[in-house]
Ligand binder design. Structure first.
Ligand code: DGL
Length: 273
């Protein structure tokens, strides 16, 4: 690190945030791409789920959290939540024009490019499913492909409670997915970052009839493009949450992310009123 970069104060952290555990799927992809970046993961666990909230509420949460991440030294912020991106990324960019901001939106574009049947589905929270932004995304990228948008109430909460292999959920998911598969859908977009962790339940139901589309790796690549100097740090990870930060740390192995623990420096509660 040269004298110039020491003399100039810089925001050297990459901040990744979500309502809860879901954005850890995006954090993991970023951590794999950027082994020496210093990362902060922020979960608004005192206010989850976002998926059943009104846009104005989510927007005010996102702007406040963004301010705290800037104060904590973040120069790149990843809104690792489809619901928060839909509701607030435009306002967020306007509010923090100097930040590099990456949002997460359902992978309608890759799914539309990959489909052979001409039918795709987007699984999302209620808030994302009814949003005008998703409707715009579909208008822009789906072309003649038919898009079924399926709201999945309660699925993010299931991830939060780590009840991932409950047979009742498998039955519910089968009921949800079977009509989509029967209608010929061959690409299923995971339009909520929490749903990545449900893939082990969804995959056997889908079998070989469709593929799951997850944009976490694409988001991580975008983060690499924007990170620049921020990617060169000590490779540390700080976990912050508005409630029960110890749950984030404890959840890592259950989510298949035990390997992230070697980067962990601290976990703390941060009240964002
Ligand atoms: N993980 C968030 C998303 O990608 C939403 C989960 C929630 O409802 O809080 O949409």
């Amino acid at each position: 690190c040269g004298a110039g970069s020491l003399a100039l104060p810089r925001r050297s952290m990459i901040g990744v945030f979500d309502s809860g555990l879901g954005g850890l799927s995006v954090l993991a992809a970023i951590a794999r791409e950027l082994p020496t970046a210093d990362l902060i993961y922020f979960a608004d666990t005192a206010h989850l789920p976002y998926g059943d909230k009104e846009d104005h509420y989510i927007r005010s949460r996102v702007l406040r959290i963004g301010g705290r991440l800037v104060d904590a030294g973040c120069g790149v912020i990843v809104v690792a939540c489809n619901t928060a991106t839909v509701a607030a990324v435009a306002a967020f960019r306007e509010h923090f024009p100097d930040l590099a901001v990456v949002g997460v939106e359902p992978g309608v574009k890759p799914a539309a490019a990959l489909t052979r049947s001409g039918r795709i589905a987007v699984l999302a929270t209620e808030s994302t499913a009814r949003s005008e932004r998703l409707a715009d995304l579909i208008r822009q990228h789906a072309g003649s492909v038919q898009v079924h948008v399926a709201a999945c109430p309660g699925w993010a909460t299931r991830v939060e409670t780590l009840q991932l292999d409950d047979p009742h959920f498998a039955a519910e998911a089968r009921q949800h997915l079977t009509p989509l598969l029967d209608s010929g859908v061959d690409q299923i977009v995971l339009g909520c970052t929490h749903y990545t962790f449900l893939a082990p339940v969804l995959q056997p139901i889908i079998d070989r009839r469709a593929a799951l589309v997850d944009v976490a790796d694409a988001v991580a690549r975008q983060c690499v493009r924007l990170a620049g100097m921020e990617a060169r740090g000590g490779g540390g990870l700080t976990l912050l949450a508005t409630a029960q930060p110890e749950r984030l740390q404890a959840a890592l192995p259950a989510l298949g992310l035990g390997w992230l623990r070697h980067r962990l420096r601290s976990a703390a509660r941060l009240i964002v009123a």
